[in-house]
Design a protein around this ligand. Structure first.
Ligand SMILES: Cc1cc2nc3c(=O)[nH]c(=O)nc-3n(C[C@H](O)[C@H](O)[C@H](O)COP(=O)(O)OP(=O)(O)OC[C@H]3O[C@@H](n4cnc5c(N)ncnc54)[C@H](O)[C@@H]3O)c2cc1C
Length: 410
């Protein structure tokens, strides 16, 4: 199997358009196939906000998408943590790094899709992958609408419930549901009831559930909810439940929390949206097989408490393109890609798994957290943990063959 000339990318979320743009820059003719319809109404409101860390922005710079993201995002310059309604305690951050950027997911998809189109990548919507056929000369993707497409390589950027992952290895693990459902709402705070400056975000461990809130430039408060729910709801199922029912549940859940109770009471139903169940991906034994390879959440979804899911997806997409550009054949390109990425993504996932346990604490665990978390924050070597995570950069111009790699890109 020689170096690829053409590629199919399955999934047009975050990793997909980034991989396609980088592959095109690398001289590989690439097209994206996305299951969602092209209808912009369907693309809007696809899932609230997400934060990109400095490392994610640095990776986006390689495809020239970082400025557009910054122009549409809220820079988060200060973060604090509040336990059991106590005043937020400022969270230490690595020194000298630019702020994380909070952006609407639909807007981010729009920016990345546009960037890919500008690079010459066709994006086909309404193309749900259902199977593949592999041959000595290429791989063919079959879609639910009866159409198909062929190329030298197929990249599974199809998210946490990836179909490609199962095609690579029918025994691959599935994503693990964290018993938490995500929601996001907006609250008017014209009288400044909540003492927050724009660009600050508070992570709050309430009596029964975790939430986070931030001040927007328009003066409103945005808040994100991690609602404990042993019952799993897909995004479609969660959105089929009348929003007032969810709002009632949120009001009961956060009733004893400040400002969680206030936020739940004042959230107008038209601003509340379900953003889906929260998952993590256990380590995936096989990242590739034959002409197929995985990228993004399909292969390494960490808990959302890391704030790194999207940033890691972007990094992996760029590194995969670099490896396919520089290595002489698919097996060596895929092996180099895995070597560059596996340790980093699994280390970050392990950090996230520890935090996720604290998101739906019982009363005893909550009392312990009040004591333990400030001590942990004090003892934590921020530079060693978050600093290393967030200073990661990729040297796009350096060959990916392991000879001339930038030290931080390993
Ligand atoms: C509530 C919530 C909050 C989050 N907050 C953050 C945050 O603040 N910061 C952060 O970094 N990350 C966050 N994440 C995680 C982040 O959203 C993911 O890590 C990121 O979206 C991964 O990008 P991806 O392209 O790999 O997958 P996705 O964004 O899921 O994109 C996958 C795409 O593939 C398409 N697809 C799926 N199956 C098929 C198929 N069979 N055929 C064709 N197309 C298909 C899907 O329609 C989708 O468009 C959050 C996640 C959730 C649920």
């Amino acid at each position: 199997m020689t170096a690829p000339q053409t590629a199919l990318v399955i999934g047009g979320g975050i990793a997909g358009p980034v991989a396609a743009t980088a592959l095109t820059m690398a001289g590989i003719e690439t097209a994206v196939y996305e299951a969602r319809p092209a209808d912009p109404a369907a693309a809007n409101g696809i899932g609230g906000s997400l934060a990109l860390e400095p490392n994610g922005l640095a990776a986006l710079r390689i495809i020239g998408a970082d400025d557009a993201v910054r122009a549409s995002a809220i820079p988060i310059v200060r973060s604090s943590m509040s336990i059991a309604s106590r005043p937020g305690r400022e969270m230490p951050a690595p020194q000298g790094l630019p702020p994380r950027q909070l952006i609407d997911r639909g807007v981010l998809h729009g920016i990345l899709g546009e960037r890919a189109r500008l690079a010459g990548v066709p994006i086909h919507h309404g193309k749900k992958l259902i199977g593949v056929e592999e041959g000595p000369d290429g791989v063919t993707a079959n879609f639910a609408d009866g159409s198909s497409a062929s190329a030298d390589v197929l990249i599974g950027a199809d998210g946490v419930h990836s179909v490609v992952r199962g095609l690579i290895d029918p025994g691959a693990p599935s994503a693990r549901y964290l018993n938490l459902l995500g929601f996001e709402g907006l609250v008017d705070d014209a009288h400044g009831v909540i003492d927050l400056v724009p660009g600050s975000m508070t992570f709050a461990f309430g009596k029964r559930a975790y939430y986070l809130y931030w001040k927007r430039p328009d003066g409103r408060i945005g808040w994100g909810v991690n609602l404990p729910s042993p019952q799993y709801f897909s995004l479609r199922e969660a959105r089929a439940v009348p929003v007032d029912e969810w709002l009632q549940t949120l009001r009961e859940t956060y009733a004893g929390d400040s400002p969680g109770g206030w936020l739940a009471e004042r959230t107008p139903s038209e601003t509340l949206q379900a953003v889906g169940g929260l998952h993590i991906m256990p380590p995936v034994p096989h990242w590739y097989r034959g002409r197929m390879v995985l990228v993004g959440d399909a292969v390494h979804a960490p808990s959302n408490s890391t704030g790194q899911g999207a940033s890691l997806a972007v990094e992996s997409a760029i590194q995969l393109a670099r490896c396919l550009r520089d290595l002489p054949d698919l097996p060596s390109a895929f092996a180099t890609y895995e070597r560059l990425r596996r340790t980093r993504v699994e280390t970050i996932a392990a950090r996230g798994a520890r935090v996720s346990h604290a998101k739906a604490p019982g009363p005893v665990a909550q009392r312990m957290m009040r004591v333990m978390i400030p001590l942990m924050l004090k003892a934590m070597n921020i530079e060693k943990t978050l600093g290393e995570e967030q200073r990661y950069t990729i040297d796009w111009d350096a060959p990916a063959d392991g000879v001339a790699m930038s030290p931080r890109s390993v």
